[in-house]
Write a protein that binds this ligand. Structure first.
Ligand code: ADP
Ligand code: ZN
Length: 742
């Protein structure tokens, strides 16, 4: 779309009406007037400065057909665009992506734009360093000195240098350099101090691929070469070489001058091994993007991505909103991972939105997983995604042997959590010089602290949840709002001293048990509480991989794609844990998580064993893991979802109401229920108190809309919510395709 369409039919005298989208949660783009002198140099996507209620705001010149933000004012009443800002234009495919995500998630386009501009990254200036080069001609009246001569001789090679480089190399003082500049013999150049990102090399040789790997890689490579939107599901068991396969697609993309690749990964802190592999395959590091990178690096990366200098970006979900100049290939690794769903701010699912981004960019996309989500499997079944399967582990490695430990028959001793069967296995593993991993997806020491005298349970003051004891830090924590308090000596209710007891296990308590049982073993604990920085994780991963630890205890962060060659035993301490909540995806999610954690065992030459401790080994999830028949399990899940018209065979949207006054929140919920749409194929339930009925001091109620698949759920919700005016103290949040039912 060029300037013609933007301004052509909107000529109102010499001035022009334009739309400017601001990175603010407004209804849409706002109208401004473009003064005549800017008309010919402005184009959609241009960063501009505009007045907004008495201050200046930075926005993006949007397209003329964007949805109007408010009532149409006559042009003479509009405020003028004040300046065009330097920097790259926001490209058409990204502008359409902003519009699309906003419309789909029912959030304001400005809130989505804010993710694209990433704070001041878009407009920040690269720091510059002053360099000096010789002037084209030496002024005739220049007074020569030996020092000046030395400088001019040094710079005769044409290379610009900083004053400190010159004074060192020519052995003169800085004052000589400044004097030459003043005399007109040197010219000063301000050169960006950003170090360039070294380009990855597509030409290095990858590993020799097996037959099935080569076939999958070739399908991807050919599509990347050809270009055009084409989604693939790369469904390969753990350790089958999915990364090596999509690296071939990446190499193909890099052969094209200026083409860029985006690799989305669930949690960037957890990819140190991925980064090492990338570097050894392509000879340079990729650009890393996540929420914790500092301001300076963020600006440098953003601008290098916009200019096209950054060729490969690996990032967390927010990398989806980066201003690629020529996006040629997208990979979503571990596509089933729940952390791709953003649960605050704009509620979007990065895997789903990545498909949209690929479509708008016109490029291939690979979703990779050993345990694809049901949504993705259905897309593959129905032919929308091309299925590439890897059925074997690389080399001699085979999938680990799976066994259940029935805790009804082999229970742990009182106050401990490991069954004697698992204890013996750990002993044997460590004695053989191999490594064991124990998985328990519960942070802290114990999930509940209770008074043995009066039964009081310690609750969060702001949320309807129990506080979790963290014994390493000697505090009680709320895992929902972050509230922290010291562990009291006496019960807060009955005041009995030393009466509080920990109930149930967390990883810290498991650590205590393991260190008592195996005093000579070297232990490591991997949880989000102990792995605060990416470098902590990198160090721990390195220690495990290099054999410095015997037993690793961890929460779900140990499940993510790591390759530990000497790890042969995995113990799942509570295989039933994820099944208890019972939301729509509880079975699927537990299955995926346990396959992933089991997949850490026996990835190299030594075979692996996995033990699942369960009180209900006949549960379909546990049974599927034991039989290894994941396909049958997912087929049964699919059939059940289809029968109940649940996603992806129907649609869901949650309306979450919250506020400090419970009655007011409930009142809005009742009003919404009273005017709920009476449309064929649309059903609304609620309001009901949310499972987390109070969060950060706010009361929460939920309504759930369930529709047939062909219903335009966004339009229905928009009309419905417009019919009820909520008081300012009640917040309404819409979650399209909810994953969390809290
Ligand atoms: P996945 O992502 O499917 O779990 P990876 O790509 O991590 O599998 O591969 C598992 C291990 O096997 C890695 O160490 C990888 O480098 C190695 N590997 C996979 N395929 C090959 C191959 N064709 N040649 C050499 N090593 C391979
Ligand atoms: Zn809380």
């Amino acid at each position: 779309m060029g300037q013609q369409q933007l301004f052509g039919d909107r000529d109102e005298g010499a001035e022009h009406r334009v739309k400017v989208l601001l990175p603010l949660p407004l209804g849409g783009a706002l109208d401004y007037r473009l003064p005549p002198h800017l008309k010919d140099i402005a184009a959609p996507g241009q960063l501009v400065e505009v007045p907004l209620s008495g201050r200046r705001a930075t926005g993006v010149l949007w397209d003329a057909d964007a949805v109007p933000g408010g009532k149409t004012l006559p042009i003479e009443k509009l405020k003028p665009v004040e300046a065009l800002l330097e920097g790259p234009l926001m490209r058409e495919d990204l502008r359409r992506f902003v519009d699309w995500v906003a419309a789909y998630t029912l959030t304001s386009p400005g809130a989505v734009l804010r993710m694209c501009l990433s704070g001041p990254a878009a407009t920040g200036q690269a720091p510059v360093k002053r360099h000096y080069a010789p002037a084209p001609a030496v002024p005739a009246d220049l007074r020569m000195t030996p020092a000046r001569q030395a400088v001019l001789r040094l710079l005769a090679d044409g290379k610009a240098r900083t004053a400190s480089e010159i004074s060192e190399l020519a052995a003169v003082s800085d004052a000589v350099v400044r004097g030459l500049e003043k005399a007109g013999a040197l010219i000063a150049l301000d050169i960006s101090a950003d170090a360039p990102y070294p380009p990855p090399h597509p030409g290095l040789k990858g590993p020799d691929l097996s037959g099935e790997q080569a076939a999958a890689a070739e399908a991807i490579r050919a599509q990347v070469w050809e270009g055009g939107f084409a989604p693939f599901l790369l469904d390969g068991i753990t350790g089958s070489g999915k990364t090596e396969v999509y690296f071939e697609g990446l190499a193909e993309a890099l052969k094209e001058k200026g083409a860029q690749v985006l690799v989305l990964v669930p949690e960037i802190a957890l990819t140190s091994q991925w980064l090492d592999r990338f570097e050894s395959r392509f000879g340079a590091a990729p650009v890393v993007w996540h929420s914790d990178i500092g301001q300076a690096e963020r600006r440098r990366a953003w601008q290098a991505i916009a200019s096209g200098e950054a060729r490969v970006v690996v990032g967390a979900r927010s990398a989806l909103f980066l201003p690629f100049r020529r996006l040629a290939f997208i990979v979503v690794d571990e596509e089933h991972d729940g952390s791709f769903k953003q649960e605050d701010g704009v509620l979007y699912h990065a895997r789903d939105m990545a498909i949209v981004r690929a479509k708008l960019a016109g490029c291939p996309i690979v979703l990779a997983s050993a345990t694809p989500s049901l949504e993705t499997l259905v897309n593959a079944d129905e032919g929308r995604y091309r299925l590439l399967k890897l059925r074997e582990r690389h080399g001699n490695a085979v999938l680990p042997e799976m066994k259940a430990i029935d805790l009804r028959h082999e229970p742990p001793e009182r106050g401990t959590w490991l069954s004697p069967v698992l204890v013996r296995e750990i002993e044997a593993t460590v004695a053989a010089g191999e490594q064991a991993m124990l998985f328990l997806n519960r942070r802290g020491y114990a999930p509940l602290t209770l008074c043995r005298t009066c039964g009081h349970r310690i609750e969060c003051p702001a949320c309807s949840t129990w506080l979790v004891e963290h014994r390493f830090r000697q505090e009680l924590q709320c895992h929902h709002c972050g509230h922290i308090e010291p562990v009291p000596n006496a019960c807060p209710t009955c005041k009995t001293e030393d009466s509080l007891v920990a109930c149930g296990p967390g990883v810290e308590r498991l650590f205590e048990e393991v260190s008592h049982r195996f005093p000579a073993a070297r232990l490591g604990v991997m949880t989000s509480d102990t792995m605060l920085k990416p470098s902590d994780t990198a160090r721990m991963v390195h220690e495990i991989a290099s054999g410095k630890l015997d037993i690793v205890i961890g929460t779900q962060i140990v499940t993510k794609g790591y390759h530990f060659p000497n790890l042969t035993l995995v113990g799942v301490v509570d295989a039933d844990l994820g099944l208890r909540g019972g939301d729509l995806r509880a079975g699927e999610r537990t299955y995926q998580q346990l396959v992933q954690v089991a997949g850490r065992a026996g990835r190299a030459d030594k075979p692996g064993r996995v033990y699942l401790q369960s009180y209900e080994p006949e549960h379909p999830v546990v049974a599927a893991l034991l039989s290894g028949d994941g396909e049958a399990f997912m087929a049964a899940e699919k059939e059940a979802r289809a029968r109940h018209h649940m996603p992806p065979f129907g649609r869901l949207a949650a309306i979450i109401l919250s506020g400090p006054d419970m009655a007011a929140v409930l009142e809005v919920g009742r009003k919404l229920a009273a005017v709920a749409p009476q449309i064929d194929g649309v059903n609304v339930v609620g309001p009901a108190p949310a499972p987390l009925a109070r969060l950060r001091g706010l009361f929460r109620f939920r309504l759930l809309m369930h529709t047939r698949k062909d219903v335009k759920i966004q339009a229905v919700i928009r009309a419905w919510l417009n019919a009820v005016k909520a008081p300012s103290g009640v917040r309404i949040k819409v979650d399209i395709d909810p994953y969390s039912f809290m």
